[in-house]
Design a protein around this ligand. Sequence first.
Ligand code: ATP
Ligand code: LTN
Length: 329
Amino acid sequence: MKKRVFSGIQPTGSIYIGNYLGAIRHWVATQAEFENIFCIVDLHAISIPQEPETLKAKTREIAALLLASGVDLKQSAVFVQSHISAHAELAWILSCFIPMGWMQRMTQFKEKSQKQKESVPVGLFIYPALMAADILLYQTDLVPVGEDQKQHLELTRDVARRFNSFYGQTFTLPEPSIPKLGARIMALNDPTKKMSKSEIRSAHAIHLLDSSDEIRWKIMSAVTDSRREIRFDASRPGIYNLLTIYQLFTGLSTSEIEARFEGKGYAEFKRELAEVIIESLQPLQSRYRALIAEANYVDSVLAEGASKVRSIAEKTLATVREKIELGTR
Ligand code: ATP
Ligand code: LTN
């Protein structure tokens, strides 16, 4: 039996190369080995305010981008979180088994709530309970994510363990699968921060749908340092990040890359990096354009995805309800 993979992505902002290199590319690369479920997490997205029309458009956009990136519907199901109400129900139940202290330790919440203080929605605080529900509903073995999600995965395992110890074996304990390279792509305008969807400044991230000119401009204006040598040196975060991106797109080794740019300047390296990214994204972009023109097709893929996996989620939820003895039937 194949192991089951589950992962999620939010339909907010524009998908950028951090999401692609840290997550989506791995989903695609290993999909033949596993049984895969990929979820567009719109309930997570509304933990920060969303325009209804934008949310709808972004949900379709992400579905089309996943297909354009190579997600194969023969091997993987793609669906929208809110289409299966078991996610919200299990999230509530799990939130009753998660101590406040565990939630209060979540660094993503601390970072994201900093500016909002008292007006921060409760949903953003309990976001990890919903993520745990997503994963546990499908008896997931492996969760391929970027490094920023590691702590949420630990909480998921902790709550699964706690529930299992109260009620007997109910949930599979999921393992995180975090790539060795590319698990934390840094922002172009500030290489000390993670590249993020919530940051809208234009020189921050390269989006998968950026034009060639945008990509050239963003790479040329990426923050580096005043040194000259082009080396993989983690203490120089700007150039290190750009070299990592170059490596991930070309598949060359660190020594091959250092040799290639020996004696050359940052400008020359950046010019070549921009062309590598443009060329790598081009086939994806043209597949995307063809797919997004067929909104009905994309919607039907999502409807089919939900009908394919719904019974797995409902079975787990039924077991949970029985164990707790919720309701009388
Ligand atoms: P935000 O940055 O607003 O928090 P996000 O892009 O992190 O949003 P998602 O769209 O849900 O949120 O992320 C999808 C996947 O991309 C996750 O597995 C996440 O770990 C991964 N990811 C996000 N940012 C990066 C990054 N800078 N480097 C590597 N992987 C990333
Ligand atoms: N929290 C994740 C998105 C996400 C997810 C999931 C990832 C929601 N549910 C389940 C893996 C498994 C994020 O913000 N990147």
